[in-house]
Write a protein that binds this ligand. Structure first.
Ligand code: P6P
Length: 293
C-alpha cells in the first residue's frame, strides 16, 4: 500500500475515533426512537441520526474522502474527491434500551459506491463496551486500540483470530432459519467446547469471536433469503477485518468479499464470519437455503 493511501486510511480511522466520545456522550439523551425509519425500513433511534450527522460532517470534511454513505441515508453523498466511506453510525442502537454494546462501523473503498469487496483499502469498528475500543484493519494487519477521549492508544498489534473456536452467536428467529442452517447451529451448539455469546450488536458479537475464536452468523431466512445485514456497511467491513485477522467469511457459498451487489447501497447479505474450519463446515452443510431458486 502506498504511503498516501495509508495516511488517508489512518486519517479516516482517527476521525472516527475522535468523534466517538461525542457520540457516546450523546447516547443518554437520545435513547428514544426518532419517529422516522432508515432506508432499510428499521425504526431510527435519535442517536442513529445524531451519530450519522456528526460522522457525515467530520468525514465529509476530509480532503481524502469523496463519497459518504450510511445505513441512515437513502442516497450516497458526494462530498469531494478521494476514497468512498460507508458507515453504520451506530450499529446495535436497539441495544440502547437494554444498555448493551453498540458502536460505529466504517468501510473505506478506492472506488465509487456501491463498491465491491475488492475495492476495500481499510475497515474498522469502534465498540462502546465498558471501555471504548477500536479494531482497525489496513494493509494486511488488524490492530486493536483503546480509545481514550477520542485518541487511539494501541493495545494489541497484529490481532490474530485464535486457532481454536470457543464461542458462537447466531442471529434471527430460529423458526425462520433454513433447516440446513439449523442443523449446522445444532452441531455447533452441541459441541462441548463451544459457548453461546450473542449480544444483539454485530460488532459486539464479532469482537467476541475475534477475541475467543468461533463464529458469528446472521443467516439467510426462509422469509428473507438475503438475511438482515447490509453488505456495503456491515458485511464487507466485518468480513475484511475477520479475514485480515486470519479468519474467514461467507454468505453461505463464498467469501463475503467476493459478493458483488453494486445496484443498491442498502443491499443485504447473509453474514457468517469466524474460524475457517467452521465456515467450511457451514458451507458444506448449506444447500437448501442457498442453492434453491
Ligand atoms: P436482532 C443491529 O440492529 C443489527 O443491525 C446488527 O448489529 C445485529 O447483528 C442485528 O441487527 C441484531 O438483530 O434481530 O438480533 O435484533
Amino acid at each position: 500500500m502506498d504511503g498516501k493511501t495509508r495516511a488517508t486510511v489512518e486519517e479516516i480511522f482517527e476521525t472516527v475515533a475522535e468523534a466517538s466520545p461525542e457520540i457516546r456522550a450523546g447516547l443518554p439523551s437520545r435513547r428514544l426512537k426518532s419517529g422516522s425509519e432508515n432506508p432499510s425500513g428499521e425504526k431510527q433511534m435519535a442517536a442513529d441520526v445524531f451519530a450519522d450527522d456528526l460522522l457525515q460532517a467530520r468525514l465529509g470534511n476530509l480532503d481524502g474522502v469523496g463519497q459518504y454513505a450510511s445505513e441512515e441515508r437513502a442516497e450516497v453523498d458526494d462530498v469531494g474527491e478521494g476514497f468512498s466511506v460507508t458507515v453504520d453510525p451506530l450499529d446495535g442502537s436497539s441495544n440502547l434500551k437494554p444498555n448493551n454494546t453498540m458502536g460505529t462501523v466504517v468501510g473505506i473503498y478506492d472506488a465509487p459506491l456501491p463498491a465491491t469487496g475488492e475495492d476495500l483499502v481499510g475497515a474498522a469498528y469502534v465498540l462502546f463496551g465498558p471501555v471504548s475500543t477500536m479494531m482497525c484493519a489496513v494493509d494486511g494487519q488488524v490492530d486493536e486500540y483503546l480509545v481514550d477521549n477520542g485518541v487511539r492508544n494501541l493495545v494489541t498489534e497484529d490481532v490474530a483470530l485464535p486457532d481454536e473456536p470457543s464461542v458462537y452467536g447466531f442471529g434471527g428467529r430460529v423458526p425462520e432459519w433454513f433447516d440446513d442452517f439449523s442443523a449446522f447451529a445444532d452441531e455447533v451448539a452441541s459441541d462441548p467446547s463451544m459457548k453461546l455469546r450473542y449480544g444483539g450488536a454485530m460488532i459486539g458479537d464479532v469482537n467476541q469471536v475475534l477475541t475467543y475464536g468461533g463464529i458469528f452468523s446472521y443467516p439467510a431466512f426462509t422469509n428473507a433469503r438475503e438475511g438482515k445485514l447490509r453488505l456495503q456497511y456491515e458485511g464487507y467491513p466485518v468480513a475484511y477485518i475477520m479475514e485480515t485477522a486470519g479468519g474467514a467469511s461467507s454468505d453461505g457459498t463464498q467469501s463475503i468479499l467476493d459478493v458483488v451487489k453494486t445496484d443498491d447501497i442498502h443491499a443485504r447479505v447473509p453474514v457468517h464470519v469466524g474460524n475457517e474450519s467452521l465456515i467450511e463446515k457451514l458451507e458444506s452443510m448449506l444447500d437448501e437455503s442457498v442453492d434453491s431458486p
